[in-house]
Write a protein that binds this ligand. Structure first.
Ligand code: PLP
Length: 399
């Protein structure tokens, strides 16, 4: 041991060092604003990575938690509880699919999707198990979902990889067609690649994939962990393309900040036998009660219309800022947007923004990503643009 008591020199020494965290400790949040323990405030356009769809500490969530916590917290996934039954019903009604398994994270829902597709292949497709996934895709950080992901920086990490994932370029229907073989059971993708930097698949590609998977008796799995629950201005991103997947996964926005996810499937695919799927905390009443409250709020037509309107306001404002600072285009949909900076300066801009009291994300060296609360106000969008304007100027000065 080099330092017998590392906490003397570093108060954060006991926290596993998995990300370059700034030396700030957040203490409270309200709506689009975060406050640290010294009283400094930040305008939050990350919102837990598109998780807090109603902002920080919304009354809808704190009320649902308090009411349900006093009623029933957990009684095992082997029993029904009221919020579990209600949330599964809401999600099937809204998605047009038929059965739901509630879990705790996006990766866990995607693991369930992969297992369900493999089970369906073993039952109905002669043991087919291969899943075609996309370059630069992101499906989570478990071993199987890392293997399903197409992040180049993960190549060679945690070998051996889980086999059975074939990668193709995102948006290339001919490449998907060419990758189909006798062992193929499904195609899995995000309707908008989020972690890769906000790249929409486009309606034509999604519609082409739906037709192609139908024609070849393959399942279409849509990972809407980031795009689902109103983020793109519709309840689910697949609605923009007017298609339905066979399997859908949801997480981030579903709990508005609490850990809950969902594996949603068409009746024809639901083939788990008892014991195939489960998990100690899956479908617990406390998180499911929050999910119900969130889904009832976000699915209101007026709520979704406001997301689209706020998305348009943010897009126009980013385009004006881009013209002023000589950046590139704005991409994305609803309130999942990215600004192409046109040069590899995202780290400098993110750091400058942080110093100016703004949290934004740089998913790539040349791009910024914006994932505000779906309840973000016009004046908060304007305040963000003002701070970003300053941050872009700071970054240019220091370049
Ligand atoms: C965040 C994300 C995941 C992983 O979700 P976790 O809750 O972090 O496990 C999976 N897929 C997509 C598209 C995501 O954005």
């Amino acid at each position: 041991m080099t330092n017998p008591n590392p906490s003397v020199s570093n108060p954060f020494a006991a926290v596993m060092d998995i990300a370059p965290r700034p030396p700030v400790v957040f203490a409270s949040g309200q709506g689009s604003w975060l406050t640290d323990r010294d009283g400094r405030t930040w305008l939050d356009f990350i919102q837990g990575w598109a998780v807090n769809c109603l902002g920080h500490c919304p009354k809808i969530v704190t009320d649902a938690l308090a009411l349900q916590a006093a009623q029933l917290i957990n009684c095992s996934p082997s029993y029904y509880n009221e919020p579990m039954v209600k949330l599964c019903g809401l999600l099937t009604e809204l998605s047009g699919l038929h059965q739901v398994f509630l879990a705790n994270s996006g990766a866990e829902a995607n693991e369930g999707a992969i297992k369900l597709a493999r089970k369906w292949g073993s039952r109905h497709k002669d043991g087919a198990y291969e899943i075609i996934t996309m370059d630069h895709g992101f499906h989570g950080r478990t071993l199987a979902t890392m293997s399903a992901s197409g992040k180049a920086v993960w190549d060679g990490l945690f070998e051996p990889r889980v086999p059975g994932f074939i990668k193709v370029p995102y948006g290339d229907l001919e490449a998907v067609k060419a990758a189909i073989g006798p062992k193929t059971v499904a195609v899995m993708l995000e309707p908008i690649q989020g972690e890769a930097g906000v790249w929409p698949a486009g309606n034509a590609f999604l519609q082409g994939l739906r037709a192609l998977t139908r024609a070849n008796n393959l399942l279409l799995i849509l990972d809407e962990v980031q795009t689902g629950i109103g983020r793109t201005g519709r309840m689910f991103a697949f609605e923009h393309a007017d298609i339905h997947p066979d399997i859908l996964t949801l997480a981030k926005g579903l709990g508005a900040g609490v850990p809950i996810s969902a594996l949603v499937a068409d009746q024809s695919v639901c083939c788990f036998d008892y014991g195939d799927q489960g998990g100690t905390f899956c479908g617990n009443a406390l998180m499911a009660a929050v999910g119900c409250a969130v889904v009832e709020e976000v699915s209101r037509p007026a709520f979704l219309a406001r997301v689209r309107e706020a998305g348009e306001r943010l897009t126009s404002a980013l385009n004006r800022l881009s013209a002023k600072h000589g950046c590139g285009t704005v991409r994305g949909q609803g309130l999942l947007l990215a600004l192409d900076l046109g040069r590899p300066v995202s780290k400098a801009v993110v750091n400058a923004a942080f110093r100016r009291g703004l949290l934004i994300n740089g998913p790539r060296p040349d791009s910024l990503r914006f994932m505000p609360s779906l309840t973000v106000s016009d004046s908060e969008i304007d305040a963000m643009i003002e701070r970003l304007d300053g941050a872009l100027a700071d970054a240019a000065l220091n370049a």
